[in-house]
Ligand binder design. Structure first.
Ligand code: PBG
Length: 337
């Protein structure tokens, strides 16, 4: 006999795995995951010391990796290039070299893994000798400025170069004002109206990008990125950016980092009907990796719960360095599906 008269007992909906599956509100599958991948011009595949578990691939190595990811059910990758210092310039010309590492990688992957959706990052930091996402103008008083409109011209050339090579989705991560409209107009004027734009809408000036910058050796040489990336204190500003990117023609809006900004994702989910992406960044990855390596948390369950929480907050898709491992785990057992 029940001790209390409790007609409403929420535990009834948790009483078996089958019922929990029936009432689950959020799912996580490999098809929600996008894998960021690093490529360089060398012949060897290098383990990245600042990002344990990740590799700076040779072109050939990345083609094989893309095929492995595709077999795991990951159907989208985002390409990031490690450019040798000798090719970095103040004007970042290598960013739109049609024979550069990114166009060559796109061709090679499309050739061998045609079903793979290829996203490319559009920003100047890997190519710019100043390590900033935009062009830098130094002043005689020692200060410097990131030039907005001049940068956009270079970003448009970069976007066109990637789209010409066959990129499916162009992903501007630079945070310049007005770049989505300019890139859209450039692509459309070249009959590339089929190429999508995933805009980094709310990219915060976060402390969690350090390991990524180590992977590409792309840290800013001077100052920080606070005049273009957003202040971690703000959420209404993200909605303003979202309204602009939507009006400028973005197809997908992105929030970055992910877990410290779940409230931003949730607010954006309420304010737009566009698909949302979240970038689980290098520092977030390493916080889990290092805690797991110390034996303090169970890696698999902590990672899957983290990715699920990003979906629950409103992300349709998640970029994560954990994508390959998560896809393997999700293949082994049906959880959160
Ligand atoms: C730069 C860029 C950054 C990341 C993706 N694109 C770093 C930065 O803004 O300095 C970070 C990703 C990560 O930390 O995993 N355009």
């Amino acid at each position: 006999m029940p001790m209390f008269h409790l007609p409403i007992r929420p535990r009834r909906n948790r009483k078996s795995p089958a019922i929990r599956d029936l009432v689950r509100e959020t799912s996580l599958t490999a098809s929600h995951l996008i894998c960021p991948v690093f490529v360089h011009e060398g012949e060897d595949d290098q383990l990245i010391s600042s990002l344990p578990g990740c590799t700076r691939w040779s072109l050939k190595g990345l083609v094989d990796e893309a095929s492995r990811l595709f077999d795991l059910g990951i159907c989208a990758i985002d390409l990031f290039p490690a450019i040798p210092d000798s090719k970095k310039t103040p004007e970042a010309e290598e960013a739109f070299n049609p024979d550069g590492i990114i166009p060559r990688t796109i061709h090679a992957i499309k050739d061998k893994v045609p079903g793979m959706t290829i996203m490319t990052d559009v920003a100047l930091d890997p190519y710019n000798s100043d390590g900033h996402d935009g062009l830098v103008e130094f002043r005689s008083d020692g200060n410097f400025e990131i030039l907005n409109d001049e940068t956009i011209e270079v970003l448009c050339r970069q976007a066109l170069c990637h789209a010409d090579a066959g990129a499916d989705i162009i992903s501007p991560s630079d945070m310049m004002d007005g770049r989505v409209a300019a890139i859209r107009a450039t692509l459309d004027s070249e009959a590339l109206d089929d190429v999508s734009i995933m805009a980094y809408t709310a990219k915060y000036a976060s402390a969690l990008y350090g390991p990524f910058r180590g992977a590409l050796e792309s840290s800013p040489k001077t100052g920080d990125k606070k005049t273009y990336q957003m202040d971690p204190a703000n959420v209404r500003e993200a909605l303003r950016e979202a309204a602009l990117d939507e009006a400028e023609g973005a197809d997908i809006l992105l929030v970055k980092p992910a877990t410290l900004y779940l409230d931003v994702l949730a607010a954006m989910r309420q304010s737009t009907s566009l698909p949302l992406a979240a970038y689980h960044v290098s520092g977030e990855y390493l916080m889990l990796k290092s805690a797991a390596a110390s034996g303090w948390i169970d890696e698999k369950s902590a990672v899957l719960e983290t990715l699920l929480s990003i979906r629950r907050a409103g992300a349709d898709m998640i970029l994560s360095y954990y994508a390959p491992l998560a896809a393997e785990w999700l293949k082994q057992e049906s959880i959160y599906q």
